[in-house]
Design a protein around this ligand. Structure first.
Ligand code: NAI
Ligand code: MG
Length: 357
């Protein structure tokens, strides 16, 4: 019997709504596969917790999480709490303390969906973005001075370490090696950012020499963003710094159907610490409480979790169930043009999982 402990953080807004459906899927996997058990502990760490306790998670929160095999996150963020508090005090500490330096985000057009890119087919939209997840532009180095005066100023420093840059590129190359086309595209901006980005480019060139069978291309981020639209079929593995990867993946989500369909994995490849799986989207206060959020991004993140656990068969069962529901096209949430609720769509995916096993 395989046994995994999961720390579940539903979060705020639509986070708990989509998480409910994710947990139903885990239960369906347990019941239909026999040999696997998930022990889930739900943590109430979110903006409400912050408003009561003055912090997003308890002081020993990271210590508590450390002992789990996996972390499952919904989304955090509420209008009453500044975003830099909710994100910086919950998500970023987890990503950093647990060295989840790989943020993996597939850009794949699922069966049954159409891309807003008129001339692109399913085979054209199937690649993965590897985003650096612990440093780069999202550093807390810098500060503010002279607040409230005409001389007010803010400085925010980018941090690119050799260690951090090498390890994300090595991971991206190892992924590209396993792809049939073996293509790696690195995002840069060395024409405008003249210290950190040339450094990044140099390390890309160094690591590329260790992988002569992988075809490497460096593109400036602005051109690369345009190529996501005009020639997405040329990508296999795209590797990017923290900020560039963040922006590219919202764009990636948009070309394959929207944020409701975009999952991500925060991975500690050495498996020394738990990895974390979550949808890309946030807490969507505009639709929270209406029961209309699309749970597919959350459920797809579970499929990524199964891949991480080396359970490709179960990962496939989840993806097939999602695609079957999309192909049937009868039970869809409003973002997909349907009228179904979050729960109805989740139930339909669960039904497909039972049907397949
Ligand atoms: P958002 O992703 O929450 O929403 C953007 C738009 O996409 C909204 O119109 C929303 O209704 C729609 N949308 C998002 N997920 C959807 C789903 N599953 N089904 C259907 N429609 C969906 O981004 P926004 O509005 O910029 O941020 C809202 C809050 O979420 C903020 O507090 C922000 O800081 C937080 N946030 C948290 C993240 C996380 O927990 N990892 C990531 C991004 C934002
Ligand atoms: Mg983002």
């Amino acid at each position: 019997m395989l046994h995994y402990s999961i720390a579940v953080i539903p979060g705020d807004g639509i986070g708990p709504e989509v998480m409910d459906e994710g947990l139903k899927v885990l239960k369906a996997i347990e019941e239909s596969h026999g040999g696997i058990r998930f022990a889930n502990d739900v943590m109430d760490w979110n903006c409400n917790y912050y408003l009561t306790h003055g912090r997003m998670m308890p002081e020993n929160g990271l210590d508590t999480l450390k002992d789990y095999d996996l972390i499952l996150l919904g989304a955090v963020g509420a209008p009453e709490v500044p975003d830099h508090v909710s994100v910086w005090e919950l998500i970023l500490p987890i990503r950093r303390a647990f060295q989840q330096y790989v943020n993996l985000r597939p850009v794949k057009l699922l069966k049954g969906l159409e891309s807003p890119l008129r001339y692109k087919e399913h085979a054209d939209l199937d690649f993965v973005v590897v985003r650096e997840n612990t440093e780069g532009e999202y550093s807390n180095m810098g500060g503010r001075m002279h607040q409230g005066t005409p001389y007010e100023m803010a400085v925010q420093n980018n941090v690119f370490t050799r260690y951090g840059t090498e390890r994300i590129l090595k991971y991206a190359y190892s992924l590209a090696e396993k792809k049939p086309k073996k293509r790696l595209t690195a995002a840069t901006k060395s024409n405008g950012i003249n210290h950190s980005m040339p450094f990044w480019d140099e390390i890309v060139k160094e690591i590329s020499q260790e992988h002569p069978d992988v075809h490497t291309t460096l593109y400036h981020i602005d051109a690369l963003a345009a190529y996501f639209i005009t020639r997405p079929e040329t990508f296999d593995v795209v590797v990017a710094s923290n900020l560039f990867g963040d922006i590219l993946t919202d764009l990636g989500a948009a070309i394959v159907g929207g944020l409701g369909l975009a999952p991500s994995a925060n991975i500690n490849p050495e498996r020394k610490y738990p990895s974390m799986f979550e949808p890309i989207h946030g807490s969507a206060p505009d639709i929270a409480g209406k029961g209309s959020a699309n749970p597919i991004a959350q459920i797809w993140s579970l499929s990524m979790m199964m891949d991480h656990l080396d359970l490709p068969e179960i990962s496939g069962v989840i993806m097939n169930a999602i695609e079957q529901v999309l192909v049937d096209g009868k039970v869809l949430t409003p973002d997909l043009g349907g009228k179904a609720t979050t729960r109805e769509l989740g139930d339909e995916i669960v039904r497909q999982i039972y049907e397949a096993t």
